[in-house]
Design a protein around this ligand. Structure first.
Ligand code: ADP
Length: 324
């Protein structure tokens, strides 16, 4: 933010202020180091450039000597690369590792505790035993889902996610998905409403992936909606597209986060709220939508609720069959 006339003839350190991101103290300038070593020098791993208005930008600095043919140094060139994006990714990855470890540990702790209680008490009533086994079964499902999510993400990253295309009845997939989550909604006294048109045209797609996409959206809607709220799932056929909508009356998503929630590992910062998750769900949903040549939209208002809408194109022969 400075004009050339302002910086001309001024000492470099006065204009290009490099600080240590943690201590905020001036960092060792790579230029000074080149003056000493006469070799290429890199900055430290935690340098930041301090702008005139006080803003900090994480940078990677490199300085190199400019030499004449006879080897005498006539100047120094310094390159400052903005690494904010890289830092953000590093931060997301370390957040991810800590949340995954936590997510893995919670169901495991409970599986272990219930199994131990059963082992310790061979005379336990049949009903209690049944209840404990039920919990172990549900918690194992949670673990499986989490691990499948991580595997899906690594396949997406490697570009090897496979779509097996067969005619899919999206109406029945959506109903099945909603039914499977009824007990989760019930635990929070959330009403799970469905408005699914029976005679939807079939979609040429991957049934398991579409199931997992809808399940992810409904799961989130329940997760981010406080007790006594409502989650609605609808599936319709509009303009040659299957339109699946999942709306909730939950906590909503801040405007600034709306375009980031589909990135891997991204989770909205919700101070004071302990909501489990890994930030993988919507990244997987988006990838599945893209693989089916569709698109996904989100509308949201804080404290009012969110609506996720998926549009999936139907191939013409199926669309035609539906209108007959
Ligand atoms: P996770 O649910 O594991 O945190 P997701 O990728 O599924 O990860 O979602 C990313 C973020 O988007 C969540 O952390 C959450 O803050 C926000 N989000 C997703 N769905 C909803 C919803 N229905 N209502 C409010 N926030 C949501």
């Amino acid at each position: 933010g400075r004009r050339f006339e302002e910086v001309r003839h001024k000492p470099v350190d006065e204009i290009i202020r490099i600080i240590n991101e943690q201590t905020k103290k001036p960092a060792d300038s790579p230029i000074d180091r080149v003056l000493e070593s006469r070799e290429i020098e890199n900055g430290a791993g935690n340098d930041a450039l301090l702008a005139r208005n006080g803003r900090e930008c994480p940078i990677a600095a490199t300085a190199a000597p400019i030499r004449r043919n006879d080897g005498t140094m006539t100047g120094i060139v310094m390159v400052l690369r903005d690494v904010s994006q890289q830092r953000e990714i590093d931060r997301m990855k370390s957040d991810f590792i800590s949340s995954v470890s936590h997510e893995l540990r919670t169901p495991l702790t409970s599986i272990k505790a219930y199994a131990e209680t059963m082992l310790d008490d061979p005379d336990m009533s049949k009903q209690t035993r049944q209840e404990f086994l039920q919990i172990i079964d549900e918690e194992s499902d949670r673990l499986t889902n989490l691990i499948n999510g991580i595997l899906d993400i690594s396949k997406i990253e490697a570009g090897t996610i496979e779509i097996i295309r067969k005619p899919v009845n999206v109406a029945s997939v959506a109903k099945r998905s909603a039914e499977s989550l009824e007990h989760v909604a019930g635990k929070k006294k959330i009403q799970l409403q469905t408005n699914i048109t029976d005679h939807l045209p079939e979609l040429l797609g991957d049934e398991n992936k579409i199931y997992s996409m809808i399940t992810n959206l409904i799961n989130n809607a329940i997760k981010f909606t406080p007790e006594n709220g409502t989650v609605s799932v609808s599936a319709q056929f509009v303009n040659n597209e299957l339109v699946v909508k999942v709306s909730d009356t939950g906590m909503g998503i801040p405007k600034d986060d709306l375009n980031k929630i589909f990135s891997r590992f991204y989770r909205v910062h919700r101070p004071g709220k302990q909501i489990q998750g890994t930030g993988l769900g919507l990244a997987i949903v988006k990838e599945i939508v893209i693989k089916h040549d569709g698109r996904i939209d989100v509308e949201s208002e804080i404290e009012k609720g969110s609506t996720f809408t998926v549009y999936l194109p139907v191939s013409p022969q199926f669309a035609l069959a539906a209108t007959k």
